[in-house]
Design a protein around this ligand. Structure first.
Ligand code: SAJ
Length: 407
């Protein structure tokens, strides 16, 4: 039996996937409300294919509880934030999960950490917790790191198809855990040591962050000298060894905007490129504000209450708004004591900012200038409703109008 600890964006789909492929699974979360919602037969966030997977897992007998179970395998997928001052990883959630597990687990149990952790975290923070409890790693408890790799918006597909990494102290234990993942994963599963697995995960997200920062820097250069960044990236990407990502209004979510900071926190003198990249990405919401200001000036527009943000989530077609560029932009506005812009997002049904509207038509009729922050399918399908508006399209969704501006 597998006890999955933490039923958030990663833990829940992982637990459901294992359960619907014949593994006996109990999901544990300390959030009583979340567990009650799952036990009432409802999922806690939107994701393609998640509800169907949930149904299958329920039929296969998955259970949800706030208690830790007595079993031989635990998968920990809890958040790993970073300290905003030191930039170092904050392992409090991982460590409290490990402390709870060792209170109940039998001798010889395996703890698999799925949460993203910086290289050396398991050595530095997790092993001492186990050793302090008088347990011997490799005998009383086994440790494995199996970092998740699935992208929000396509999680169910990627869980099934992505290659995976398993880091283990002991190859035999690695093979045993590989079997659990192989119950559903059609990709290749590679076994390595724990520190290597930790580093690969952070490097993957850092690679993407640096690539996006490069695209954002190109957008700024092109704005400065009136060149079309999208046309330039499109042509460059036709080169067989060039693959530049898309510029945008900033980087949000709890992965790409967080994980690279772990490396900066741990290796401050060795992370010049990464540090500068993160700064470039962080500068984008303020850059969008500047663009809004310049466009308003060009159009002779003075009433900021007629400018609205389309999209509040961190990216398209998800309901997650953690660290979202739109919220970063509103925060930046607040620092200048400005009234927050009107905002709308089809995925957010409750107030997360002051001037929020909950209907697309109402939003569009209340503003003259629309800033597209997120390329949700909804706005692509309703692009004709933007006719007659001034539009700042930070996502290059392709709007046919005279009054469209870009980053
Ligand atoms: N973004 C851009 N330009 C792009 C692509 C993305 O500005 O060309 C922005 C998005 O709008 C968003 C942010 O970057 O604000 C991050 O979005 P994302 O889609 O790049 O990535 P995440 O954070 O949703 O998921 C990433 C994935 N990592 C990689 O692709 C290397 C995913 O596979 C990981 O599992 C996930 O992080 C994680 O949990 O670590």
């Amino acid at each position: 039996m597998v006890n999955v600890i933490g039923l958030g964006y990663i833990g829940l789909p992982t637990a459901l996937m294992m359960a619907s492929h014949g593994v006996e699974v109990v999901g544990t979360d300390y959030n009583k409300e979340l567990v009650a919602t799952l036990n009432a037969g409802k999922t806690t966030f939107k994701e393609d294919g998640l509800d169907e997977l949930f149904e299958k897992a329920l039929k296969s007998g998955i259970k949800f509880t706030t208690e830790y179970c007595v079993t031989d395998t635990y998968i920990v997928s809890v958040p790993t934030p970073y300290d905003s001052f030191s930039k170092k990883i904050d392992v409090c959630y991982v460590n409290s999960a490990v402390k709870e597990i060792i209170k109940v687990c039998p001798k010889g149990a395996t703890i698999v950490i799925e949460s993203t952790v910086s290289p050396g975290t398991i050595d530095k923070y997790v092993r001492p917790v186990i050793e302090k409890a008088g347990l011997i790693i490799g005998k009383d408890i086994n440790l494995v790191h199996a970092p998740e790799r699935i992208i929000p918006g396509n999680m169910v597909y990627e869980l099934l198809h992505n290659n995976r990494t398993i880091g283990a102290d002991d190859r035999e234990i690695g093979e045993k855990i590989k079997e659990y993942y192989a119950s559903f994963c059609q990709g290749e599963i590679i076994i390595t040591d724990i520190k290597t697995a930790e580093m690969t995960k952070v490097v993957e997200n850092t690679f993407r962050a640096v690539n996006i920062a490069f695209a954002n820097e190109l957008a700024k250069i092109c704005r400065n000298d009136n060149m079309n960044v999208y046309e330039i990236i499109k042509i460059c990407n036709m080169h067989p060894r060039v693959n530049i990502l898309n510029p945008g209004p900033g980087v949000g979510g709890h992965c790409i905007s967080v994980d690279p900071w772990f490396l900066v926190g741990d290796y401050p003198s060795l992370t010049k490129v990464i540090w500068e990249s993160m700064k470039v990405n962080d500068s984008m919401p303020a850059f969008v504000l500047e663009r809004i200001h310049d466009i308003m000036k060009e159009k002779g527009m003075t009433d900021i209450s007629k400018v609205g943000l389309y999209g509040l989530t961190y990216k398209e077609n998800v309901d997650d708004y953690r660290e979202s560029p739109a919220l970063q932009l509103l925060e930046c506005q607040k620092k200048h004591l400005a009234q927050p812009l009107v905002a709308y997002d089809p995925f957010i049904k409750h107030n997360i900012t002051e001037n929020q509207i909950f209907d697309l038509d109402e939003f569009l009729s209340s503003v003259d200038f629309v800033v597209i922050m997120v390329k949700h399918n909804e706005i692509k399908e309703n692009a004709d409703k933007l006719k007659g508006k001034i539009v700042l399209d930070t996502q290059n969704i392709g709007i046919n109008s005279d009054s469209v501006y870009y980053l």
